[in-house]
Design a protein around this ligand. Structure first.
Ligand SMILES: Cc1cc2nc3c(=O)[nH]c(=O)nc-3n(C[C@H](O)[C@H](O)[C@H](O)COP(=O)(O)OP(=O)(O)OC[C@H]3O[C@@H](n4cnc5c(N)ncnc54)[C@H](O)[C@@H]3O)c2cc1C
Length: 487
C-alpha cells in the first residue's frame, strides 16, 4: 500500500529545476499519510518545507499551508485517495495548474493538495462524433494544438491557456476572448467522470450532444470549484476549425468612444470572435513590460477578431471597422501571422505586466449587461478618483466582462485598506447596473465574503444543501465559495 502512495507524491516544479523536491516531498507526504493511518488525526504534519510552500499559492494573493501533496495518475488512485481521506477526515483540495485568480486551489486547514497535473493524457480525438476525451491535467493549449492538426477547434481560450488545465477550466467554468461568439467552457462539456469525496465514481453525460435524463449533474459540476467532486475525465464538444480569421486593433482617444463602439458592435449584425478592451493604464503597463508596439497615447483600444469562411470574413471585418470609425476609432488590420501573434501576446501579457505599476493586484472580474459598459467604466473612474487609487481595466468587453485591477501595495497599510474597501463599492456599482460580481474567475476564497451581495439566502441555502449531499463530511475544498457565516 505505502509503496503505491509513494509513487503518487509530487513536486511543485519539474525535477530538472528542483532536483531535491521529489524525494523530500515524497517522504513528507508518506509520513503524513502514515501518521493519519496510525492515529486518524488530520493536520498533524505541517508544511515547513520549501517544496510544500509552492503548493500553498495560486495566482491570487491568497496563501495556505498544505500538509502533503498527492499526485494520482489515474481514476482508481484518485478514488483511493478520496476514500482514504473520507474515512480519516482529511481535507483535500483538488488542484490543476494553480493559475486560479480567487484562491480556489489554495489549501486551508492543513489540507492535502490533490494535484491532477499528472493525469494529462488526451485520451481520444473522436472526429466522427466531434468529441475530445481528456484527462483533467491536460493543458488547454495542448488540446488546441492537437485539434488544429486535424482541422478541429475547441473555442474556450482563457488568457492563461498555455499553462492552465482543462480540469481547472471545467471547475471554474473558464471563459476567454472567444466566448463572445462561442460561449464558455460549460457550452462544450458533454460529460464528466467525477470522483466523489467518499471515493465513489460518478459518470454523467458522455459522447452525445443531447441528453435530458434526470437532473443535469454535468452542468452542476461545471463551475463547482472543486467543492463537489474531483473531475477525472472530460468529454468535450469540438467544432470545425474556422477557415480564416482577421485580427484588428482599434485605438481611441476617449474611453467613452471605445465603450460606445463595443455597444454598437455587439448590437450589429456581425458577431466578432473576440472583442477585447484595454484602457490606457493597461496599454502602458504592457508596453513597459514587453514593447509590443501598442500606442501608449491611446486612451483605450479594442482588439477585435472575426472568423469564418474565407469568402465572407473580410466583408465582416470591414463592417466592424466602419462601426469603429463611426465612433471615432482608428482601425488597423494585422497583415500577417506574426502581427496577429504579437497583438495576442500583448493582450495575454496584461495580467503579469500590471505588476510593473504596483506590487499588489486586487483583481476582480465583474460583468455588466453589454450596453451598460460605458456607465460601469464611469463608475470605476469615479471610485478610483474618490479613493485616490490606480485602477487598470481590461477584459472581454464583448461579454460585458471587465477585469478590474486595483494596483496597490500590501505594505502601504492606508492605501491597501482603501483598496480593499473599494472592492465593495465596485461590486455595489456592478449589481446596481444589473451585473454579476464574477464572470469567470469564480469565488474561491477572495470573493466569498461578497457572495451574499448577489445571491439570496434561498440560493445559498440550496447550494449548501447540495454541497452536503455530495460532501457530507465537508472534506472537499473546505472553506471555499460560501460566505463565512453561511457555511
Ligand atoms: C495570466 C492569467 C490569465 C487568466 N485569464 C483567464 C481568462 O481569460 N479566463 C478565465 O476564465 N480565467 C482566466 N484565468 C484564471 C485561471 O487560469 C482559470 O480559472 C483556470 O481555469 C484555472 O485552471 P487551473 O488548472 O490553473 O486550476 P487551479 O487554479 O489549479 O484550480 C482552480 C479551481 O479548480 C479546482 N480544480 C482544479 N482541477 C480540478 C479537478 N480536476 N477537479 C475538481 N476541481 C478542480 C480547484 O480546486 C480550484 O478550486 C487567468 C489566470 C491567469 C494567471
Amino acid at each position: 500500500m505505502w509503496q503505491r502512495w509513494l509513487s503518487w507524491l509530487v513536486t511543485a516544479f519539474s525535477e530538472n529545476i528542483h532536483p531535491g523536491f521529489c524525494y523530500n516531498q515524497t517522504i513528507m507526504a508518506f509520513e503524513f499519510f502514515k501518521k493519519k493511518n496510525e492515529d486518524n488525526l488530520p493536520g498533524k504534519l505541517s508544511a515547513g518545507k520549501e517544496e510544500l510552500f509552492c503548493y500553498g499559492f495560486d495566482a491570487s494573493s491568497s496563501e495556505g499551508k498544505p500538509s502533503a501533496v498527492v499526485r494520482p495518475l489515474n481514476t482508481q488512485e484518485v478514488s483511493d485517495v478520496a476514500a482514504y481521506a473520507f474515512k480519516n477526515n482529511v481535507p483535500i483540495v483538488p488542484r490543476g495548474a494553480g493559475t486560479g485568480m480567487t484562491g480556489g486551489a489554495v489549501p486551508l486547514k492543513d489540507a492535502v493538495v490533490l494535484s491532477l497535473e499528472g493525469m494529462n493524457r488526451i485520451i481520444d480525438i473522436d472526429e466522427k462524433n466531434m468529441v475530445a476525451v481528456v484527462e483533467p491535467g491536460v493543458i488547454n493549449f495542448h488540446l488546441q494544438e492537437r485539434l488544429e492538426d486535424v482541422g478541429l477547434f475547441y473555442p474556450p481560450d482563457p488568457a492563461s491557456m498555455k499553462f492552465c488545465t482543462l480540469g481547472g477550466n471545467v471547475a471554474e467554468n473558464a471563459g476567454g476572448p472567444r466566448a463572445v461568439k462561442y460561449g464558455v467552457t460549460k457550452d462544450y462539456v458533454l460529460g464528466l467522470e467525477t470522483v466523489l469525496p467518499d471515493g465513489r465514481v460518478l459518470m454523467t453525460g458522455g459522447r452525445t450532444y443531447k441528453g435530458v435524463v434526470g437532473y443535469d449533474l454535468t452542468r452542476l459540476l461545471v463551475g463547482s470549484e472543486g467543492t463537489l467532486g474531483i473531475i477525472t475525465k472530460i468529454f468535450l464538444k469540438v467544432l470545425p476549425l474556422p477557415e480564416e480569421t482577421v485580427t484588428m486593433l482599434c485605438t481611441y482617444d476617449s474611453l467613452d468612444a471605445a465603450a460606445q463602439s463595443v455597444s454598437r458592435i455587439t448590437s450589429s449584425s456581425v458577431i466578432p470572435r473576440a472583442l477585447e478592451f484595454m484602457d490606457n493604464e493597461s496599454i502602458r503597463a504592457v508596453e513597459n513590460y514587453g514593447s509590443f508596439g501598442l500606442p501608449v497615447d491611446a486612451e483605450a483600444l479594442l482588439l477585435i477578431e472575426v472568423d469564418g469562411p474565407r469568402a465572407s470574413v473580410m466583408e465582416e471585418a470591414e463592417k466592424i471597422a466602419s462601426v469603429c470609425t463611426a465612433s471615432g476609432g482608428e482601425v488597423s488590420i494585422a497583415e500577417d501571422m506574426f502581427s496577429k501573434q504579437r497583438i495576442w501576446d500583448a493582450r495575454r501579457a496584461i495580467s503579469p505586466a500590471l505588476y510593473r505599476i504596483r506590487p499588489t493586484k486586487i483583481n476582480e472580474d465583474i460583468v455588466v449587461p453589454r450596453g451598460r459598459i460605458p456607465e460601469m467604466l464611469k463608475e470605476l473612474r469615479e471610485i478610483a478618483e474618490k479613493n485616490n487609487l490606480i485602477i487598470a481595466n481590461f477584459g472581454h468587453a464583448g461579454d460585458g466582462n471587465i477585469h478590474v485591477n486595483i494596483m496597490t501595495d500590501k505594505n502601504n497599510e492606508e492605501e491597501y485598506r482603501s483598496a480593499t474597501k473599494s472592492v465593495r463599492d465596485i461590486f455595489e456599482a456592478t449589481l446596481k447596473l444589473g451585473g454579476t460580481i464574477s464572470g469567470e474567475h469564480g469565488i474561491g476564497l477572495t470573493k466569498k465574503q461578497y457572495v451574499g451581495m448577489e445571491l439570496s439566502d434561498v440560493s445559498i441555502e440550496i447550494m449548501k444543501k447540495i454541497k452536503n449531499v455530495f460532501d457530507p463530511k465537508g472534506i472537499l475544498n473546505p472553506g471555499k465559495m460560501f460566505p463565512p457565516d453561511k457555511y
